[in-house]
Design a protein around this ligand. Structure first.
Ligand code: FES
Length: 160
């Protein structure tokens, strides 16, 4: 007893209860609902769907789209594919880290941004590339970063 309950997840749990090969779809749906997959929720899924917790943690750590940390309102994805790398993408990463005081995978203190690095996003002619959510910014230098971040910080404060 004493296990934490997550009534908002009941519809997802019920949909998959008793079925096989459902772990990845369940985790997707739960992450879409909650935003991330913290320990309490992993244990809840394990208990309810009778999947070993070790299997759940293994799947979450294997697939980069699952996260155990809360995510910011916007995801910054800096491409570290070859074309971007040789054009200085690491300097962009360093600039974002400095400006937001976060590391890869972390979220800024105000909850606006989560920093990720990606493989080639398919727009090498624009290298180096930063994606903010689904929008591409290309041919960047570190000096461009603050202007881009400001756009999203302003819109977050306006509630958009
Ligand atoms: S390597 Fe960055 S877009 Fe291709």
């Amino acid at each position: 007893m004493g296990a934490k309950k997550f009534p908002e997840l009941d519809p997802i749990i019920e949909k998959y209860r008793g079925k096989k090969g459902i772990l990845i779809p369940v985790l997707h749906e739960v992450q879409n609902r909650v935003g991330y997959l913290p320990d309490d929720i992993q244990k809840h899924i394990s208990r309810e769907l009778k999947v070993p917790l070790s299997k759940i943690t293994g799947v979450i750590s294997f697939y980069s789209f699952f996260t155990t940390e809360p995510q910011g309102d916007h995801t910054l994805g800096i491409c570290l594919g070859t074309a971007c790398y040789v054009k200085g993408a690491e300097d962009l990463v360093d600039e974002v880290k400095d400006q937001l005081d976060i590391s890869e995978g972390e979220t800024s203190a105000d909850g606006t941004f989560t920093l990720t690095v990606t493989r080639c996003v398919g727009t090498c002619s624009l290298a180096p590339v930063l994606m903010v959510d689904n929008k591409y910014y290309g041919n960047l230098t570190p000096a461009d970063i603050s202007g881009i971040l400001e756009k999203y910080q302003d819109s977050s404060q306006e509630g958009n």
